[in-house]
Ligand binder design. Structure first.
Ligand SMILES: Cc1ncc(C[n+]2csc(CCOP(=O)(O)OP(=O)(O)O)c2C)c(N)n1
Ligand SMILES: [Mg+2]
Length: 596
């Protein structure tokens, strides 16, 4: 975080204290107010960007923040501003700030705050709120709502500041709560009256806190590290799983060194792709369904055993039924001591921040670690090569209309040629196929629907990715997924961001082929207007629209978008019969037990 040294304001009384220090007279002539104290507190802590949407009581705040040199990115809906803030937090390890108005604006931002907490992204939702005494007596104020109470169960911490002199503490507490330990979402409630409060400028300055060491290192115990290394040493079929916590940690070189020095095959979770290039010979991603049930010792690094890893049990892991444990032993490297045993027994928990844990593990394995048994590596390589060859065949086909594979073959090439670009991805089939087909080459380049599989992150993530990284952004969007945040294409154009949105248009949710069983005039619930031209949407705001019906057209449009850095939306027409229900998680749909 940046440093701003406290300075003595000009035009105020200064005297020498008996200690010889210069101290300001307790009553300088200048005054400050709640608006400026919040801005100064954020700047003092290295915050340089606010994602938000203006209105009572924070409109002037957005103006003053911009005037004070903060970048204020205004959105068309708070949820998108919230998603932007959360992913900015993930990318920078600083809390992303989302600013909203009261009640409805706050609620719009709240989904993103809850999503940030679930995904361990550091974020602070700052919402203006209305008169405390009217809210508390439920007398019907403008946008009346007890926001603090509503936010509390959905975030890691929630605070309210009532007095200008407490703003420094309020911001400091919010920052610490967001980034320390397991990062998450924090709510900060700032009532309208607070912004207008004035206080002596010098006293105000002194009340601010520059947070020292906001995310302190947590060093794992030596015994825990030894227990883990001993377990790994005895493994015949070891496997490493890298989660998005490992990506967040920014311990890229050590993580790569640990994987390479041990020679252990690894699986990257979706947002950990690129920590090591997906083309790395130790990647077992193309043999996932073989390595999970076969492995005997699994080391999870910043990956939780939630539904995305089938809770560490069941058929995915070689168990007989969905609750049956496959018999693997687990090492879990995680910042939270409560994570272990959440689903299955963890034989060797290593608790600490990922950077400290990985460096301790590295030191402990030394330089003469024996590679895993050759049979294990050969068996994986065989499956992997077979699956990769099969995929290459599918990708090479050129069906009409274009399908997910032929379109993603293009995206895969474009990402390969532009490894600095960030890839945002949401949808069902549009998500699953992209994740498995498009290789990533650098850490923290793939941003997607995360733990909840939430639709709507697309344009918020794309805006923040471009703003924070200054790199080109490619957003691969299902047509349904895109609709959740589609109006933000205006935001892309307004800030002239180098974002290339590709809408995989298959006329609906999962597919465009469902029919209304009654034969009535309404289309089926999963079907959209057929042949829609999403590209026209961005043209309304001066962006570049393109319509692609073949891989060649898609390639040309994507190459041009990345080269020109102009906000672009490509409507990629995809065979409406090509998708499957819910993509790869069809089995999570409940089916009635009722006999027909
Ligand atoms: C907020 C939210 N609402 C609804 C869903 C359910 N859902 C999952 S994927 C999806 C859309 C899938 O369609 P599309 O984005 O067009 O992808 P496709 O499979 O057609 O490529 C929906 C609505 C969700 N995950 N999140
Ligand atoms: Mg679709």
């Amino acid at each position: 975080m940046g440093t701003v040294e406290p300075q003595v304001a000009s035009g105020q009384d200064v005297k020498m204290a008996s200690s010889g220090q210069i101290v300001a007279n307790a009553q300088s002539q200048e005054a400050t107010d709640g608006f400026h104290l919040v801005i100064d507190a954020l700047k003092l802590n290295g915050i340089d960007t606010i994602f938000g949407l203006p209105g009572i009581p924070i409109t002037d705040f957005t103006r003053m923040a911009q005037a004070a040199g903060l970048r204020v990115i205004s959105f068309r809906h708070e949820q998108n501003a919230g998603y932007a803030a959360s992913i900015a937090g993930f990318l920078t390890q600083k809390p992303g700030i989302c600013l909203t108005v009261s009640a409805p604006g706050f609620l719009n931002g709240l989904t993103a705050l809850a999503n940030a907490t679930t995904n361990c992204f550091p974020m602070i939702l700052i919402s203006g709120s209305s008169e405390r005494e009217i809210v508390d007596l439920q007398q019907g104020d403008y946008e009346e709502m007890d926001q603090l109470a509503i936010a509390k169960p959905l975030c890691k911490a929630a605070f309210r500041v009532l007095h200008a002199e407490d703003i420094g503490v309020g911001i400091a507490r919010a920052i610490r709560a967001a980034v320390s330990g397991r990062p998450g979402g924090v709510y900060l409630d700032l009532p309208a009256k607070l912004f207008a409060q004035t206080m002596d400028a010098e006293a105000g300055k002194k009340s601010l806190i520059k947070v020292v060491d906001p995310a302190p290192k947590q060093i794992p115990g030596a015994d825990a590290v030894k227990r883990a290394v001993d377990l790994l040493k005895g493994a015949k079929k070891p496997l490493i799983v890298l989660g998005k916590g490992a990506a967040y940690a920014q311990a890229d070189a050590d993580i790569r060194a640990l994987v390479e020095k041990t020679g252990i095959p690894y699986l990257p979770m979706s947002m950990a792709k690129g920590l090591l290039p997906d083309t790395h010979e130790q990647s077992a991603a193309a043999a996932r369904s073989y390595v999970l049930p076969e492995a005997d010792v699994v080391m999870l690094i910043g990956a939780r055993l939630n539904w995305l890893l089938s809770h560490g049990k069941g058929k995915t892991w070689g168990g007989k039924d969905h609750k049956d444990w496959g018999g693997q032993k687990f090492i879990q490297v995680d910042i939270s001591p409560q994570e272990a045993d959440s689903n299955v027994r963890i034989d060797a928990p290593v608790v600490g921040d990922i950077g400290s844990c990985v460096s301790a593990l590295l030191a402990s394995i030394g330089s003469s670690w024996p590679k895993p048994p050759a049979e294990w590596l050969t068996a994986i390589a065989e499956r992997k090569n077979k699956n990769i060859a099969k995929m290459a065949e599918t990708l090479a086909k050129n069906p009409t209309p274009m399908n997910f594979h032929s379109a993603l073959n293009v995206v895969r090439d474009i990402v390969k040629a532009n490894p600095d670009a960030l890839l945002v991805n949401e949808g069902a089939n549009a998500l699953d196929f992209t994740r498995s087909i498009v290789d990533m080459y650098q850490p923290r380049k793939r941003l997607d629907v995360g733990t909840w599989g939430v639709m709507g992150i697309g344009m918020g993530f794309a805006v923040a990715a471009a703003v924070v990284s200054k790199q080109p952004v490619i957003a691969i969007e299902g047509d349904s997924a895109f609709g959740f945040s589609g109006m933000e294409v205006e935001t892309l154009c307004r800030y002239n961001l180098p974002v290339c949105v590709v809408v995989f248009n298959n006329n609906g949710v999962y597919r465009g082929t469902d029919v209304n069983p009654t034969g009535g005039p309404d289309v089926a619930p999963t079907v959209f207007v057929k042949g829609a031209r999403y590209d026209k949407l961005i043209e309304a705001f001066g962006g570049v629209g393109a319509h692609a019906t073949t891989p060649a057209e898609l390639r040309k449009a994507m190459e041009e978008a990345v080269r020109s850095r102009k906000p672009t939306l490509i409507n990629a027409v995809i065979d409406e019969t090509a998708g499957t229900e819910s993509g790869r998680i069809t089995s999570l749909n409940p089916t009635s037990g009722k006999k027909k």
